[in-house]
Design a protein around this ligand. Sequence first.
Ligand code: GUN
Length: 282
Amino acid sequence: MTATLIDGKAFAAGLRTRIGTAVAALKTQGITPGLAVVLVGEDPASEVYIRSKGRMTREVGMNSFEHRLPADTPQADLLALIDRLNADPAVNGILVQLPLPRHMDEAAVINAIDPAKDVDGFHILNVGRLATGQKAMVPCTPLGCLMLLRDQLGSLSGKNALVIGRSNIVGKPMAQLLLRDSATVTVAHSRTANLRDLCRQADIVVAAVGRARFVQGDWIKPGAVVIDVGINRTDDGLVGDVDFVSASQFAGAITPVPGGVGPMTIACLLANTLTATARANG
Ligand code: GUN
């Protein structure tokens, strides 16, 4: 079997077009959604993300506000900036780029963001709302994965889903979203025994472990849908957490790296900013 390629780049472009149309409609009412991005320090990977976030925010017609602070900024100064952004009616979404410098308390910073403007869905209130089935801001990468899965499979009800990775950013919220769609969810991680056997039973595999080509092709149940969240820099360039060449021989559908999940993350960030704007304006 040769897998269908899941074109996240095209899906994300379509989503951004729909967001652009909704933004244009809001503008006729005098409302322009605004997204504030805060970067502390000069992590080169974060710089790349922030530049493309800014560009795509402007492309859909939203206002993009960038705040760059030096790596040695006192945490109190960052909290003061977040307070100002919380109070600013032109700002509908706030994203503080992670990781933060080591002297900062990540949880304290995230939880200082107004939960209604928390477009990352990392605030403890949004995490709790998602876990208890209440209306929440949902983290962008797992939301993008869910959209691709629904597009491939329609209903996820009763499917065996294996999430590999237990991070707060991807693995845990991904598991919650799959549960919400009535999948049977297993969360595996670096200490899981018999991962290969678990994988062989999964109709859906979401790989978010951060290890290049970790998931082998012969672990994949024939016909399964494989979503690869990994972005690993290797001598061969960017590769995912799944061994794409061998997995394509078994999977029914699979996301490439790059061009799969990556573009969905920013599109979902814009979707969350639009949602936050709509909620703020009744
Ligand atoms: N760093 C890596 N991924 C993310 C993300 O989705 N949001 C934020 N804020 N920082 C990140």
